[in-house]
Design a protein around this ligand. Sequence first.
Ligand code: FES
Ligand code: FES
Length: 218
Amino acid sequence: MVTVDDHHTRPATSSTVTLHVNGTPHTQTTDHRTTVLDLLREHLGLTGTKKGCDHGQCGACTVLVEGRRANSCLLFAVAHDGAHVTTVEGLGEGERRHPLQDAFVERDAFQCGYCTPGQLCSAVGVLAEAAAGHPSHVTPPPGAGEPRPEGAPVPLTRAEIRERMSGNICRCGAYPHIVEAIEEMGDVAGGMDGGARNTDGARGVPGNPSGVPEEATR
Ligand code: FES
Ligand code: FES
């Protein structure tokens, strides 16, 4: 007979994990069913990351994991022990906003703002993906139209932005201005000076054209 209350015979239901969130390590003992989204919001108090559908369909919960965007509602925290996570709270530097956040403000790229943290994290990921030459479904194949060497940065046209951001839903329909804000950043990132904004307001962070926080890629 199995003794259900004999803890020696029952599989563990919780584990201790460490997530490096916005550059700070956080160690938590957490139930195996806890998602990264719930760990961020309910355990660490980082409520910038939003829960929309909780089913991987709206993008409100998008964060960067090791510099790549991911729906945090679909990630079990226990499976990401040691991972580096960047949330919307970590996109800027201290009180200084990420240049994409400035672009969203300047372009009026939100209404209620519920989707905005996910849009921002996703767009930062898009800029990095395009800069690294990752094609999307609408990227012309090599040899079609304008020749683009293998691995060369992908120009962020409006079609590219719409395709790459299609996993982030905005109930307010702020899409035109979201696309404009990302397009502006893509233009700058594709130019000479990088894409992030210096303390004096000028664009450019040498060596970091996407503006992905460096700690996210460590
Ligand atoms: S809350 Fe994660 S995709 Fe909707
Ligand atoms: S600004 Fe309201 S959901 Fe996008």
